[in-house]
Design a protein around this ligand. Sequence first.
Ligand SMILES: *[C@@H]1O[C@H](CO)[C@@H](O)[C@H](O)[C@H]1NC(C)=O
Ligand SMILES: *[C@@H]1O[C@H](CO)[C@@H](O)[C@H](O)[C@H]1NC(C)=O
Ligand SMILES: *[C@@H]1O[C@H](CO)[C@@H](O)[C@H](O)[C@H]1NC(C)=O
Length: 645
Amino acid sequence: MKDKRCLSELQRRRIQTWFYAIILFAVSTESRNVRLTTWSSKDGSGLEIYGCGTPPPQDPKRCENDWIVNEAWIPSQQEHRSRSPPPPTEGITLTVLNQRTATLIFTKVFPLDQYWARYVDLQWHMDRVASGRVVVITVAVSGTVGLRQAAHQLAQLGSLFALHLTPMAHWTWVFVKGGRTISETVILRGVAQHHAHLLLPLSDLPSPTQSSNQSLQQQRWQYCQLHGAMGGLCDEHSPDPLPPPSPPTLAHQSALANVPVVVTAGARHQYLYHTLNTLLAAPGAQRSNVLVVLGDAPQPTTQLLRLINVNFTQVPVHGKDNFKLFRYYRSVFQLVARTFPDAPAVIFLDEDVEVSPDFFSFMSQTLWLLREDPTLYCINTYSATGLKDRAFHPSRVLRGSLQVSWGYALPLYFIREALSIWPNESSKIYIYDYWMYRDVRRGRECVYPEISRSFHFGVGMNSDAILDEKTFLSKPLLQEAYVDLMRVSDIQIDSWRRQLSQNISHATVLRGNPCSPNFIPSDLSNSHYVFYYRLDKLQENLPNPEQFHHLFNCVYTWTFSEQGLHEGVAIVTLSVRTTLYLVGVPYSSYSYLRPPRLLLWDIDTIPEEEYIIVEKNEINNERFPFRVSNVDMTEEKLTSILSIS
Ligand SMILES: *[C@@H]1O[C@H](CO)[C@@H](O)[C@H](O)[C@H]1NC(C)=O
Ligand SMILES: *[C@@H]1O[C@H](CO)[C@@H](O)[C@H](O)[C@H]1NC(C)=O
Ligand SMILES: *[C@@H]1O[C@H](CO)[C@@H](O)[C@H](O)[C@H]1NC(C)=O
């Protein structure tokens, strides 16, 4: 064991100072403490806690046994082929301990050996750790490349090293959230395993349980003794009100009467609490309309739902991975069809989706379209096109060929249609939302806002992290409430077609290479532009992605699938005043608007030098830069940085 081998003299002194300070503190106040060891290396990381830290509540003096916690994160050699990846064992580990008992109340590994997107989940959890908790962070194998913004958050919380870690650094940090560091160790380079041994003083502050005589509050603090990263629920300094107050009602509140809000959930009670909290706080929310439908129903989830007084029920789940999910959603739909046969529509939300304060207001103004327009089947609150720099109008509503996405409403007749053809065979399994898009909707479209009213914060499930970053993380959530939507009735198919063809036929026609810097006029004085390009039909009526992908990339709009197009037209909002229509000919039903003799831009026939410009896509290169920090960090540099600060 080569403890702290690579630490500079300065760091060693600092850590020793901490170490001694803590022992002195412990002795002088005679506070209880436990022994904690944590380690970090290329083989994994771990945490062991010894001591009489968790006496049973009945007998605070008795020491049950002197081994409390032993957690290790070591990658297995097994190859996993399942669709949903197993929980990671490589990356940054976050462990939260109860400050009074040293009980482990939360642990999760964030795969930050991966550069894209995952750091947001670490930040999200760190934000929800209550102040006063003891936090242990380690690197298992490797996990600093993906820290990114989270490194700043950790530095603000008091980490000396977080901003300076090399991509292969091994690091351990034990601290009190909102308080002091107890131990921090790092090896910037090298393969040695390093351990940090420390005495962890336990808090003697009385728990709020003892000072509260209300039974609901007592239940809350009992829950919080065992669960970490619960945000305001367990924040002893400014706890969320319990039960949460009811939000104001809306001008169109009656549109939401008898519209149940079904939240699909399972074991991730940290996510679920946040989701329900934002949902129940949004103006127009009615607690009695919310029903949580659980697949897995572990006790922490059901206890939480009783605590916050939200209705829940459970449906049976079988199988595993995507097959399990596919069956689960069928059970949810069956339950909904049985329980709410007369509801005008049902709103669905997953446990890891935060909603905008405008969520119910948006729904209340658009739900009626499902009744009036048979060419629609869903209302989405997640915007298909609402990327940062491409979404400007809170009041604008659009329509397109889409799957249901993160916070959506369906009419009952569509739910019954889906159930009537839901496959029993495992051979035909897709993700349920894509299956409905492909096999159930039959050409119908969804309504969606230009700016999202929902945010899928539970990123980390998709194996494709860069896609998460380019989609979920780059679509801002609208923070306003009570937005008056603009001319909602124009969404109905006849007026929509009329207006769209009018807009396209009066638009200024753009020519040239869409990926060259001067393609989009810099003054943007005209309100509408149009660009015609070659787009052919593949099987199943789908457009050829090879023909639109590069173009969409160059004008920076959603490019990863054909979803969001309305009959082959992509609507790209370039600024507050300017819209660009991309019309794919001959695929689009609007192809007839192309001026005679106008040549189509065709990715398959453009000259090589033009194609090079397309592939480079220099206008958008800088949107998602890949910049690994601290590649050149050395002990000498780190020492000098730390001695200046
Ligand atoms: C929630 O429970 C209450 C009381 O049992 C009931 O009146 C209400 O209909 C339930 N709501 C939903 C959406 O299931
Ligand atoms: C699935 O199985 C049930 C019961 O065996 C049957 O009633 C239903 O028609 C089947 N559905 C499909 C799509 O084959
Ligand atoms: C057509 O243009 C008007 C005026 O800019 C705009 O309000 C409307 O949303 C556009 N309609 C479509 C379908 O793009």
